[in-house]
Design a protein around this ligand. Sequence first.
Ligand SMILES: Cc1cc2nc3c(=O)[nH]c(=O)nc-3n(C[C@H](O)[C@H](O)[C@H](O)COP(=O)(O)O)c2cc1C
Length: 350
Amino acid sequence: MNKRAERKIEHIQHALSTGQKRSNGFNDLTFVHQSLPNLSISNIDLSTTVGELTLSSPIFINAMTGGGGEDTVIINEALANAAKETNIAIAVGSQMSAIKDNRERPSYEVMRRVNKNGVIFANLGSEASVDQAKAAISMIEANAIQIHLNVVQELVMPEGDRDFTNAMNRIEKIVNEIEVPVIVKEVGFGMNREVARQLIDIGVTAIDVGGYGGTNFSQIENKRRKQVLSYFDEWGITTAASIAEVNSTGKDISILGSGGIQTSLDLAKAIALGASASGVAGYLLKIFIEKGYDDLVLEIKNMLEDLTFIMTALGTKTIIELQKAPIVIGGSTHHWLTERGIDTKRFSNR
Ligand SMILES: Cc1cc2nc3c(=O)[nH]c(=O)nc-3n(C[C@H](O)[C@H](O)[C@H](O)COP(=O)(O)O)c2cc1C
């Protein structure tokens, strides 16, 4: 197994052992209860849009793996089957390994093979060229491409990148020359509104905030190095604060509210802050590896059902209505947003 493939396997092992931090900020948020929702559960419509893409529900399986030999073929086959069975979108992990080494293609191609008509996102880092982005999309006939930003992960990764110049120029070229929607995502360190504005200005379709509080790639990479950079373990903007940051740009952009999503209540709160959908990564991977395929499918189905219950209680028939549900922000998320000049009353009094 080559070094890159070994790294993919180590990421999975360390993601499982470090787990989810549960400090995504959503505990600071409380929905304003509605005693007269005037809705039946059968009225609920979970469909949502990400740019020009329509998704049947606001949950998707976020980018995780591929390029780690047979083990990652098995994982990606199961994730793609689960996405198909529950009719949700799914992203592959970074395809750079298959672009550099054809022998790694099967672990990505398997997703399209088992999920012919599903919505699948390609994935590459911001070091990718336009040609590499085109190759990643055609490899899996992707409906969109995610470009990940992971500076802190690379810094902590012993063999990681050290030069982060010109990422924005490369992303802009991809946006201009690629026909499918371009989603720019973080991987668990969150996104601020200034970066979001720059991305919106160059025309990205969606921003996945990949907020702090779930899978922690500083901890994961620290497990792979001798001299630990522990100061990055608590580094990042929580998922809740990140969504509000991007939302506060006031620009027309699809926000994906990922990072530490484990429950439908997390998801509903992400949507109330302005997200159109949220990806779930580490939490679902753990269920599949530790409990198996049937439990994975059951968990996704339960999450979808729970979301309909929550939306019924709130009297919000659609995702667009849920985006306007009043929600009170307290605790450190309130402090963060206030310090950043973001008015929390916009969310609580509406
Ligand atoms: C094992 C593992 C591998 C990952 N690999 C990638 C990747 O290749 N590309 C990427 O954009 N994100 C990758 N991620 C990050 C996730 O897509 C997501 O942004 C992050 O884990 C935060 O979400 P979570 O808390 O739901 O896990 C990976 C996550 C895990 C757990």
